[in-house]
Design a protein around this ligand. Structure first.
Ligand code: URA
Length: 234
């Protein structure tokens, strides 16, 4: 049975998280039903969010400073039952305006890269490390990436892709929690920390627009990913 001090702390915690606290409004009570209600609302006991709840939480997120400068959040797009998931860095200006990842020039190139693999935006799921645009497209700060991470982790859990392609150094390093340079991460099979989902790494399409001679290497990476998928399906 929780004492009054524990109860007050729990109430403050739930309120700070903007969790519905209707069951807490009355007097402290010893009734088992009320206790069960409280337990169900303890953030540690909350069920993992479904798509609707997750999207609503992202839209309402004020966990980092980027919420002050965003036009809107950029959640993710594509098939929620995709075998392939593409993870980029953060929305740019066009994505911030339209609320969809990879819709600018880099996005067009990403579409072409997918098409070359026989895929499309509709058949994969595309998301970013950050759901809000960093001003002037600066790199994500550590606290921004850290506080946004649980959203991406839940997207990955819900989609349950067979493979994740991390595009660009920042996405790769954040996803794999490493400082290794992109050149060393390419052409290898990595796994997320849970050891379940394979990850491959390639160049960011924005980089490929600036350095088109590297497109050949990006194609090698995509073929590497496709071979892994084939292997996994056999
Ligand atoms: N670059 C990214 O990494 N993500 C986007 O959504 C757009 C550009």
């Amino acid at each position: 049975m929780a004492d009054a001090g524990t109860e007050d702390r729990r109430r403050a915690y739930l309120k700070a998280l903007e969790i519905d606290v209707y069951a807490l409004r009355g007097q402290h009570t010893d009734a088992p039903e009320a206790e069960a209600e409280l337990d169900a609302q303890d953030p540690d006991n909350l069920p993992a969010p479904d798509w609707t709840t997750l999207q609503a939480r992202v839209s309402a997120c004020t966990q980092c400073i980027l919420h002050k400068t965003r036009t809107q959040t950029v959640f993710g797009v594509g098939s929620r039952a995709a075998d392939w998931m593409i993870v980029g860095e953060a929305p740019g200006a066009e994505e911030d305006r339209r609320g969809e990842p990879f819709v600018g020039r880099a996005g067009k190139l990403l579409d072409e890269m997918l098409r070359a693999l026989g895929l499309s935006r509709e058949r994969v799921y595309i998301a970013n490390i950050l759901k809000c645009r960093p001003p002037n497209n600066r790199d994500p700060a550590n606290d921004e990436a850290d506080s946004c991470r649980h959203f991406l982790d839940r997207q990955i859990e819900l989609v349950a892709p067979k493979i994740i392609v991390a595009v660009g150094r920042i996405a790769a390093q954040r996803l794999l929690q490493t400082d290794a340079p992109l050149g060393r991460l390419r052409q290898q099979k990595h796994y997320l920390a849970d050891g379940q989902v394979p990850v491959v790494v390639t160049y960011h399409p924005a980089y490929l627009l600036r350095s088109p001679t590297q497109k050949r290497k990006a194609w090698q990476d995509l073929c590497f990913a496709a071979a892994m998928m084939k292997e996994g399906n056999e």
